[in-house]
Design a protein around this ligand. Sequence first.
Ligand SMILES: [Mn+2]
Length: 228
Amino acid sequence: MKDLIISGSTPQLRYWVASRPIPGEWISGDQYLVAPFPHGVLVAVVDGLGHGSKAAAAAEAAVAVLAEHAGDPVESLVQRCHVALRKTRGAVMSLATLNGLDNTMSWLGIGNVEAMLVSSCKAPGSSRKVSLMLRGGIVGDRLPPLMTASVPLYPDDLLFFATDGIKSAFIRDVRCVEHPYELIHQIFFRHVRGTDDALLLGAKWTRDEAMQDDMQNTNLFPEVGNTH
Ligand SMILES: [Mn+2]
């Protein structure tokens, strides 16, 4: 089952994605984007409303906008998606911009794609877990006031995103680990609901410009997730 997880990296981030459409569908409305830009990377997870091809179309429209404007502030990315998704079913999404110049992350969540930052096991002091504050709304239909939060980033910090096809209890199992692959695999199969599309993304902020050699699917260009 491990081949359901795909991995990739940018100069500053390694990431792993586990996803599966609702049984009976071949395309998922849950999609992701990891898009590097100079000195940073945008990570987004989008859940198109419902499931099937119309949900996927909404998610794809959002991902296309995000890929095109990856370095923009997160509020403006959400605004752009809101306009682009008006003719679609709409979507919920969480997105984070990780900035390598000042080592901060700006993140924003509309709807219920949960996101969590977990500090590196090597970080001094107690392990830090920070959840993204989500605000109700549907991108393409009605937006809440957009309030971006900013948090400091340290090398080897971990970031997790999960759509509502993953039970919220997944948060209990999120912890700092040296190699997130096994953890992501474990969390996905323990908490996947099976009654909706599901996507879990885990990422490690490496900050290091040196590329890792052992990566599969290494790709410096925006990578769009489209689960078949
Ligand atoms: Mn969903």
